[in-house]
Design a protein around this ligand. Structure first.
Ligand code: DC
Length: 221
């Protein structure tokens, strides 16, 4: 374990901004970046395309093991098709939180996630990075914000992309996903032992990034 590259684990609920913060921290440190939610979204999309029942854990596990996934220059490819935009749709996010309930799916994605741990280091974002995938992470952050602040951020993102959205629907979907992600038996979303909580409702992205970098420097020192 001692010689493995360091990992910074950043977990948190949907739309907490952890993806933005984690990728900026990775960029500043020159580390690799793992968006583990994208993997669950890829399984969700593939299962939808293949008409696999989102309740069928064993079949989803088989599908997840067979997926040809690659991350290249900011693009996400599934069986050589660019699905970068397709996996960000709200219905795929909701489906991802349903298929993520199955231990077979979580197990199938384990080795892909471990394979991202490459020198000089990794920033991994998700729900169970600190608790299950990288329990020996040097720094564990639980990044969160109120449901209202998160719904508003998601709303602004969608409107900026020219996608119409209703704030109350977004808030409802987000609370539904929070409840499912937190209450499931397999690797629930939780504040891991030793994790530092970063409440970002009142913070800018720069302030959140700086806080994580300061925490990392003090751990690394
Ligand atoms: O972070 P995200 O919104 O892209 O994640 C989509 C869904 O994937 C989320 O609702 C739950 C699931 N997920 C998970 O179960 N474990 C992870 N490490 C990352 C995501």
């Amino acid at each position: 374990m001692k010689n493995l590259p360091p990992v910074i684990a950043i977990d948190g609920p949907t739309a907490s901004g952890k993806g933005t913060v984690a990728s900026l921290v990775a960029e500043k440190l020159g580390f690799h970046y793992l968006d583990s939610g994208a993997l669950y979204r890829l399984v969700a999309l593939a299962s939808q395309n293949a008409s696999v029942d989102p309740q069928n854990g064993p079949e989803l596990g088989i599908l997840a093991k067979k997926l040809a996934i690659s991350f290249k220059n900011g693009q996400i490819l599934l069986n050589s098709e660019d699905v970068t935009e397709a996996i960000r749709k709200e219905n795929i996010g909701l489906r991802a939180s349903v298929i993520a309930l199955h231990p077979e799916v979580r197990e199938a994605l384990m080795s892909v996630q471990h394979s991202f741990r490459v020198a000089p280091g990794l920033v991994a974002d998700g729900r169970d990075m600190a608790s299950v995938i990288f329990p020996e992470a040097v720094l564990k952050v639980f990044l969160t914000a109120t449901a209202e602040a998160r719904a508003e951020r998601r709303y602004k993102q969608l409107i900026a992309k020219g996608i119409s959205a209703k704030l109350e629907n977004l808030l409802h979907d987000l609370q539904e996903r929070d409840a499912r992600d937190s209450s499931r038996g397999a690797a629930p979303l939780l504040v891991a032992d030793g994790a530092k909580v970063l409440e970002t409702s009142e913070l800018s992205i720069d302030q959140a990034v700086k806080t994580v970098l300061d925490w990392y420097q003090s751990k690394a020192a």
